[in-house]
Design a protein around this ligand. Structure first.
Ligand code: ZN
Length: 240
């Protein structure tokens, strides 16, 4: 079975279309999504629409999704994220707010757990260091835990090297415990501005990361039109 794994679209429709195009072309049989459909980008409604209509889809809530529907305080967000989430809440339809508010923080499947942050802190932990992976091991409930939130593609459980690169597929051993971050579709932060997503083939246990070009300028023009913060517009070009 082919799993299409992605996260952190953040209202970026051009990046989402690039990723969904690839996942469809590769015959994805089940979509796994690790949260933050909205926040930052100019097309929150279109992105919620496209993602909620994927089938079958297993999806958890992200911190921006919760904030956009009033379930999470925005006081601790930085000023750019806060401005974007306030704009997002204003434009998001009520139906989409209800959809986001009903997403679970943790999704448990037989072979996967899906959380936005980490198993021990599903909404908020930024899982970037090996020590954090080790501290999370007692909380792992499936061979593969999918996370998002950091916007950096990583895999923990494969030894000391954990950056995930698009030119280097990884074979996952059955019975071992991995934490996988497919990177961010709509706002990458690993000095690579291409949209990120991953495919996992459960038959041969092959995990592959993909980085995809999309029309960044079109997304940025829309953000400018909605007067979203300049820093959020510029960082799409930097991929950071
Ligand atoms: Zn995010």
């Amino acid at each position: 079975m082919i799993y299409g794994i992605f996260s952190d679209v953040h209202g970026n429709l051009e990046a989402l279309n690039a990723v969904l195009g690839l996942l469809r072309e590769k015959n994805t049989a089940h979509y796994l999504y690790a949260g933050d459909i909205v926040g930052y980008g100019p097309n929150p409604n279109e992105c919620v629409d496209a993602i909620r209509n994927l089938s079958p889809l297993s999806i958890c809530a992200g911190n921006h999704d919760r904030a956009a529907c009033g379930l999470k305080e925005v006081t601790w967000f930085n000023e750019y994220a806060r401005k974007a989430i306030q704009w997002t809440s204003k434009v998001l339809t009520q139906d989409h707010q209800i959809y986001l508010s009903e997403l679970s923080k943790t999704v448990q499947l037989p072979d996967f757990t899906i959380v936005h942050g980490s198993p021990r802190d599903p909404l908020d932990e930024y899982l970037l260091m090996r020590d954090q992976y080790e501290e999370n091991i007692p909380h792992l409930k499936a061979d593969i835990t999918v996370v998002g939130h950091t916007h950096v593609p990583l895999i923990f459980g494969c030894g000391p090297k954990y950056a995930l690169k698009d030119s280097a597929p990884v074979l996952l051993e059955p019975g071992k415990r991995y934490i996988l971050n497919p990177g961010s579709c709509g706002q990458p932060r690993d000095s690579n501005n291409k949209a990120s997503c991953a495919l996992f083939d459960s038959e041969n246990r092959r995990l592959e990361l993909f980085r995809l070009e999309y029309d960044i300028i079109k997304t940025q023009e829309k953000m400018r039109g909605f007067k979203l913060p300049a820093y959020l517009i510029d960082r799409l070009s930097w991929g950071n």
